[in-house]
Design a protein around this ligand. Structure first.
Ligand code: GTP
Ligand code: MG
Length: 431
């Protein structure tokens, strides 16, 4: 597989392949390949050309049909490409057949393989690395064949080499399965660790930024909290979740998290193995769905995000749509169209810090709907409840009146009700 090339060396050249149904709009197919080109660029390869084919059903053996595939490989050779990248996912057999047609000098990869490669390069924390490695091995397993060696080479440590026999492949498969089981256990441990961390800050109102990759989530995170998150005009700049306190006047404590971006056709192995990181999303009190308003694909991006949220089981969490990058919209007509398509959305520019106060206001309103600020009076004979109060609520001040502790607290309504219920139990002895 292509390795990261230093800037002064020629980048690998890639031929991009997109397949659309006959009814699909040409502009849409082109925009999909624009995104694939961005993915390729993030992985260190430049687009040398593209091939778009119309067919309603993929060919079982070669995805695009044998004649077309031969033409494709000839074109790739002519353009000096060392990579052919399919925007769709290839089955193991299709991939094998296409690789055979491509010969030794051209590698055939698919969208999932490319995304997994990018995640592999960008993963920094132990958690992200474990998650990516697991997804990559699950992707590799059915594809481990003699003909298909590019990922195998990349898997150098595992000892797979071109030209090995079936027996060797079987040994490798067993090793990979063992390694997968090991990684799954490791991830369970990480998930448990994270659950503990989260339960320790359960009194806070949890807001999580979600959305399509490159929409501006980290930029907004920085603008709201001064977090110093990496911002890049590249896909998947953020892989690890980051959490910061969000200080808004008059609110109880609010924490804001930035997460990995979504993309259409996100490999399902990746979604599955990023569950530990993304548990934050499922357990959020509020989601901010950040969209790039300047993208022609903004509606599709929104659909993708909602679909991934469904897959994660987070579709019941209240969500506010934020249309970002409005500074990049040239005409007011575009703004009006967006307002029609996304009623109730907030239009902002995170980079130019435009209308951020509307986002803050919306967060406060959503919080107010679920959170309360009350005074609790705890008689000394109930002081056993103080621990629970400190664990589940934010305590802002504490004072004493004879044998009563007076606490000013805020927190989720359910938690407050639970405490009030216990305070009311066992009625105080009459006068
Ligand atoms: N014009 C414009 N560009 C913006 C705005 N907000 C962010 N960007 C740019 O969009 C690109 C992506 O921003 P990020 O904040 O890294 O996006 P992200 O959603 O965190 O992306 P991933 O972490 O890759 O999923 C960067 O080049 C930003 O400078 C905005 O309001 N206007
Ligand atoms: Mg980011």
């Amino acid at each position: 597989m292509y390795t990261a090339v230093p800037e002064d060396q020629p980048r690998e050249r890639a031929l991009l392949v997109g397949v659309g149904r006959r009814a699909d709009k040409s502009a849409t197919l082109d925009e999909h390949l624009d995104e694939l080109a961005q993915l390729a660029d993030t992985a260190g390869a430049e687009e040398a050309g593209r091939l778009i084919q119309r067919r309603d059903r993929p060919d079982g053996a070669t995805y695009i049909g044998k004649g077309k595939a031969e033409q494709l490989m000839a074109q790739a050779a002519e353009l000096g490409c060392s990579l052919v990248i399919f925007d769709d996912d290839l089955g193991a057999t299709q991939q094998k057949n296409l690789q055979r047609l491509a010969g030794d000098n051209i590698k055939v990869i698919d969208r999932s393989g490319l995304i997994l490669d990018i995640f592999g390069r960008r993963a920094r924390s132990r958690e992200a690395k474990t998650q990516v490695e697991l997804a990559r091995l699950q992707y590799l397993l059915p594809r481990l064949t003699r003909q298909w060696t590019h990922l195998e080479r990349q898997m150098g440590g595992i000892g797979t080499r071109g030209g090995m026999g079936e027996a060797q492949i079987e040994v490798d498969r067993r090793m990979i399965r063992r390694h997968i089981a090991h990684l799954q256990k490791e991830l369970e441990r990480i998930a448990a660790e994270r659950r503990t961390q989260r339960s320790q800050r359960k009194s806070a109102y949890r807001v999580v930024l979600v959305g399509y990759t490159n929409a501006g989530k980290s930029t907004l995170m920085n603008a709201l909290t001064g977090a110093g998150q990496l911002v890049e005009d590249r896909l998947f700049a953020t892989l690890d979740s980051t959490t910061r306190k969000l200080d808004l006047p008059g609110s109880g404590s609010i924490i804001l998290s930035d997460t990995v971006g979504f993309i259409r056709k996100l490999p399902h192995h990746l979604v599955a193995s990023f569950r530990a990181t993304l548990a934050e999303v499922t357990e959020a009190d509020l989601l901010l769905n950040v969209l790039d308003a300047s993208s022609p694909q903004v509606v599709e991006h929104d659909l993708t995000t909602r679909q991934v949220l469904r897959e994660l089981g987070a579709d019941k969490v209240p969500i506010i749509t934020i249309l970002n990058k409005i500074d990049a919209l040239a005409e007011s007509r575009a703004v009006n169209r967006l307002k029609e398509k996304f009623p109730g959305a907030i239009l902002i520019s995170a980079r130019q810090r435009l209308r951020l106060e509307q986002v803050e206001q919306a967060i406060l309103e959503a919080q107010a709907a679920r959170f309360s600020h009350v005074e609790l009076r705890v008689p000394s004979r109930k002081s056993g409840l103080l621990g629970q109060i400190y664990d589940s609520l934010d305590v802002h001040s504490r004072s004493y009146e004879e044998d009563v502790t007076v606490l000013s607290v805020s927190g989720p309504d359910e938690a407050i009700r639970a405490i009030q219920h216990r305070l009311a139990q066992d009625p105080a002895p009459g006068p």
